[in-house]
Design a protein around this ligand. Structure first.
Ligand SMILES: O=C(COP(=O)(O)O)[C@H](O)[C@H](O)COP(=O)(O)O
Ligand SMILES: [Mg+2]
Length: 416
C-alpha cells in the first residue's frame, strides 16, 4: 500500500524536470500554519491529495503528486508532472493550478503569479493563428501601432449610427473598428445588421483610401451561438472576431479558436472581468498568467493595460507584453492591446513605455474630440505619426489642427 499525506508534497531539494509545469504562488499561510505546511497542502490539493492520509494499492495508482520544491519568503514554486494534465484542455489545467487551492483555509491568501509552461503542455495547444502578423497580413500598419476605436456610448447606438461612426473613424485613419465588451446582439443594434452595415462601410472606406481596414465584431455569446456568429463574419467578409474571453470561459475560447482556424479569422480578446482575478496583489490569478493562458488557447491580440497611463488599474504591462511577444515553443507572438482612457495627448508616453508593436484603442479619446469622430481619429493618427517621427506632439500639432485641438482639450493627463 502507498501512503499519501501532506509531507509527501514538500521537497525543498527537488529540482523540477524540464517536462514539468512549474507554478509560482505568492502564499500567506493561515495563522496556525507554517509556510512549509501551507505549501505542501497547496501542492497536494492542486494535484492528487486531500486532507486525510490515504492508503492506496500502488499497482492501481499513477503517481501524479505535485511537489512544493522552493520557498523564498512568500513565494513558493510547485512542480507538476505533465501526466497530471489532459493534453489541450485549459479548463482541466486551471482546475488543478487555480482551483480549490484559492479557497483553502490553510492559506489566508494565495495568488498564482507565473507559470513556466513546458513543451509537454504547450504542445497540446494551437497558439495564435496570426498574432502580431495581423498588422501587416490583414492591415497596413506593419511599421506603426495598429489604431482601433470603440464607438461610444458603448451600447445604445442604433445600427446606422454605429456604422456611420465607424465609417468616420476609418476615414480619419483608424485601422480597426471595435465593438465594446457589452455590445453583442441587442434589439437596439442587432448583431447581423451591425455586421453587414459596418462591413459595407469598411469596404467603402477601403475603396476610397486604399488602406486596409477591418472590424472587431463582438461574437460573445453561448458557445454554439458564437460559432454561428463566427461563420456569419466569415460569410460577410470580415477578417476578425472579438471575444470576451473571461466571461465566455477558456473552453469556449478553444472552440472559437478552432472555428476561426477554419475561416482564417483573427481573434481579439477583450478581458472584461479579469480584475476579479488579478486586481488584488495578494490573492487570485495574475494578468500575466491570464495572458499566458490566452496565448496558449490561441487569441491573436489581448488587452494588457496602458502601463499606468489610462483609466484602469494595470499590472506590469511591459513585462506581460514581453512574455506575449517572446519565444514560447514556436507559438506565434500575441499583439498586446493598450486601451482604457487613452487619447492623443498621451500617445508619446504610451509608445515610450510599450513600444510600437501594439494596438492602441481609444474610444472616448476619439469620439470625445470637440470636432467629432473624424477629427478625433485624425488626431489619434497624427499623434502616432508624431511619435513615429520622433517629433514632440506640440510641435507636430502646429500644422495638424485636429491634434492641436485634442491637446488643448485633454493635454497630457490621463483620466480617471
Ligand atoms: O472600452 C474600453 C476603453 O474605452 P475608452 O477608450 O473610452 O476608455 C475598454 O473596454 C477598456 O479599455 C477595457 O480595459 P482594458 O483594456 O484594461 O482591458
Ligand atoms: Mg469597453
Amino acid at each position: 500500500m502507498t501512503g499519501i499525506e501532506y509531507d509527501d508534497f514538500l521537497d525543498l531539494e527537488y529540482q523540477p524536470a524540464e517536462t514539468e509545469l512549474v507554478c509560482e504562488f505568492a502564499i500567506e499561510p493561515a495563522a496556525d500554519m507554517t509556510m512549509e505546511a501551507a505549501a505542501s497542502r497547496v501542492a497536494s490539493e492542486s494535484s492528487n491529495g486531500t486532507w486525510a492520509a490515504l492508503h492506496v494499492d500502488e499497482s492501481e495508482l499513477t503517481d501524479l503528486g505535485a511537489v512544493a520544491c522552493d520557498i523564498d519568503g512568500s513565494d513558493v514554486l510547485v512542480a507538476y508532472p505533465p501526466e497530471l494534465f489532459e493534453a489541450g484542455s485549459m479548463p482541466q489545467i486551471l482546475s488543478c493550478i487555480a482551483g480549490n487551492i484559492l479557497g483553502m483555509k490553510a492559506v489566508d491568501s494565495i495568488r498564482l503569479e507565473d507559470c513556466r509552461w513546458p513543451e509537454t503542455v504547450v504542445g497540446g495547444f494551437p497558439g495564435p493563428q496570426f498574432g502580431t502578423s495581423v498588422a501587416g497580413e490583414k492591415l497596413d500598419a506593419e511599421d506603426r501601432p495598429v489604431l482601433a476605436t470603440v464607438p461610444k456610448p458603448k451600447v445604445g447606438l442604433s445600427t446606422d449610427a454605429h456604422a456611420s461612426i465607424g465609417e468616420a473613424a476609418w476615414r480619419g485613419g483608424i485601422d480597426l473598428l471595435k465593438d465594446d465588451e457589452n455590445l453583442t446582439d441587442q434589439a437596439f443594434n442587432p448583431f447581423v445588421d451591425r455586421l453587414t452595415e459596418s462591413l459595407a462601410a469598411r469596404d467603402r472606406v477601403q475603396e476610397d483610401t486604399g488602406e486596409r481596414k477591418d472590424y472587431l465584431v463582438n461574437v460573445t455569446a453561448e458557445t454554439t451561438e458564437m460559432l454561428e456568429r463566427i461563420d456569419l463574419v466569415a460569410e460577410h467578409g470580415g477578417g476578425f472576431v472579438m471575444v470576451d474571453v473571461i466571461t465566455c470561459g477558456w473552453a469556449a475560447v478553444q472552440s472559437v479558436r478552432d472555428r476561426c482556424e477554419d475561416h482564417g479569422l483573427a481573434i481579439h480578446a477583450h478581458r472584461a472581468m479579469h480584475a476579479a482575478f488579478d486586481r488584488l496583489d495578494h490573492h487570485g490569478v495574475s494578468m500575466r498568467v491570464i495572458a499566458q493562458v490566452a496565448r496558449l488557447c490561441g487569441v491573436d491580440h489581448i488587452h494588457t493595460g496602458t502601463a499606468g497611463l489610462g483609466k484602469l488599474e494595470n499590472e506590469d504591462t511591459p513585462g506581460i507584453n514581453a512574455w506575449l511577444t517572446g519565444e514560447c515553443y514556436g507559438l506565434n507572438p500575441v499583439l498586446p492591446v493598450a486601451s482604457g482612457g487613452l487619447h492623443p495627448g498621451v500617445i508619446d508616453q504610451l509608445i515610450d513605455a510599450l513600444g510600437t508593436d501594439i494596438i492602441v484603442q481609444a474610444g472616448g479619446g476619439v469620439h470625445g474630440h470637440p470636432d467629432g469622430t473624424l477629427a478625433g481619429a485624425k488626431a489619434l493618427r497624427q499623434s502616432v505619426e508624431a511619435a513615429m517621427a520622433g517629433e514632440a506632439l506640440a510641435d507636430y500639432a502646429t500644422d495638424h489642427p485636429e491634434l492641436a485641438t485634442a491637446l488643448e482639450t485633454w493635454g497630457a493627463e490621463t483620466p480617471r
